[in-house]
Ligand binder design. Structure first.
Ligand code: DAH
Length: 337
């Protein structure tokens, strides 16, 4: 009899439940009304007196061990029990997904369009030195064209400034890479301008640079026409107007046909049928030389555009400040894009 109890002790010791049901079966078989413990306590009466002490102690230990086992595992299967309570037929509550900022959307679209004709992205610092932002780009000190871009300087060191355009990244790229070069530099730029519906002291630009042997103005025009059609639609036309930038010669400003009025004239295009989108030109040989590229062997074109401007035209946004206010009612409208 005692041997049988000792075997039961061993059984309890070895028992490891794998489910709540198994644990419950174990509990009933030992501790339930019709369980083994009750049987043993009944049998205890018939045990000869001289064995009662040892037998009694052993079955008490058995009972305690069985109870400890149950206590030890009773919390382990809570999740399993709970999962059976989940109502799988209930409609799900949808997660509120965020959306990309319209400036990121347009940036990515511009990058993708130029990726397809072999341009890759390059980046550079927003805090620049005078040389990369101005001097290397054919804007020596005292050059009047420096006033075209009102600059934020660091007071303690006027050589350090917040870049006014991402052309500074092109300078860095030309210094570090040999032609052929096809690179696109998107990024944030800063200008000391009064904030209005049309201007901000922080905005975003994408600049493009292509340098190789025999790159011509015709290549520039073709690349920009391709871009305009991809961005604004197959019927889009472009128009180049002569302009001036210190780092390009010749330089031009590019307009796209107004797709709101089909170039017939409306208040968005101010009845001209065209909208200005970017500046461009053939990289000035001085700039190539400043950056260590042989200007007798290589020529190149460059262009630069404001992402906000493209986004305003593409999405019909009338106030540039909206891009910086993070007003949910504005941003939510781009969640499907
Ligand atoms: N950097 C000029 C600006 O910020 C834009 C620009 C014009 C960039 C002509 C170019 C370019 O690369 O060729 O106003």
């Amino acid at each position: 009899m005692l041997e049988a109890v000792k075997e039961l002790l061993l059984e309890v010791k070895k028992f490891v439940p794998t489910s709540a049901t198994e644990l419950e079966e174990f509990r009933l078989s030992f501790l339930g009304k019709k369980g083994k413990m009750n049987e043993l306590f009944t049998a205890f009466k018939d045990v000869p007196n001289e064995n009662k002490k040892e037998f009694g102690q052993t079955i008490n230990t058995l009972k305690q061990n069985a109870q400890t086992k149950v206590d030890q595992y009773k919390d382990s299967f809570k999740v399993e029990e709970k999962s059976s309570e989940i109502d799988l037929s209930r409609p799900v509550s949808l997660n509120n997904l965020g959306s990309r900022h319209p400036i990121s959307l347009i940036r990515n679209e511009i990058v993708e369009i130029f990726n397809r004709i072999g341009f890759t992205v390059s980046e550079g610092p927003e805090i620049e030195d005078d040389w990369h932002n101005f001097s290397a780009l054919n804007l020596p000190e005292e050059h009047p064209a420096r006033d075209m871009q009102d600059t934020f300087f660091i007071q303690s060191n006027p050589d350090i400034l917040l870049r006014t355009h991402t052309s500074s990244v092109q300078v860095r790229y030309m210094q570090g890479n040999k032609p052929p070069i096809r690179t696109l530099s998107p990024g944030r730029v800063y200008r000391n301008e009064a904030i209005s519906a049309r201007a901000h002291c922080i905005f975003h630009q994408v600049e493009g640079l292509y340098i190789d042997e025999n790159v011509s103005f015709a290549d520039l025009k073709q690349a920009l026409l391709y871009f305009a059609k991809e961005m604004f639609g197959e019927k889009t036309k472009i128009r180049l107007r002569p302009s001036y930038f210190p780092f390009t010669e010749p330089s031009a400003e590019v307009d796209v046909s107004c797709n709101i009025c089909n170039s017939k004239g409306c208040n968005v295009c101010k009845y001209t049928g065209y909208l200005e989108i970017l500046g461009c030109g053939m990289v000035d040989p001085n700039v190539l030389e400043n950056c260590g590229i042989d200007s007798k062997k290589y020529t190149g074109f460059a262009f630069g555009m404001g992402i906000e401007r493209i986004a305003m035209l593409k999405y019909g946004v009338k106030d540039l400040r909206l891009f910086f206010e993070n007003d949910f009612r504005f941003l939510k409208q781009f969640s499907a894009l």
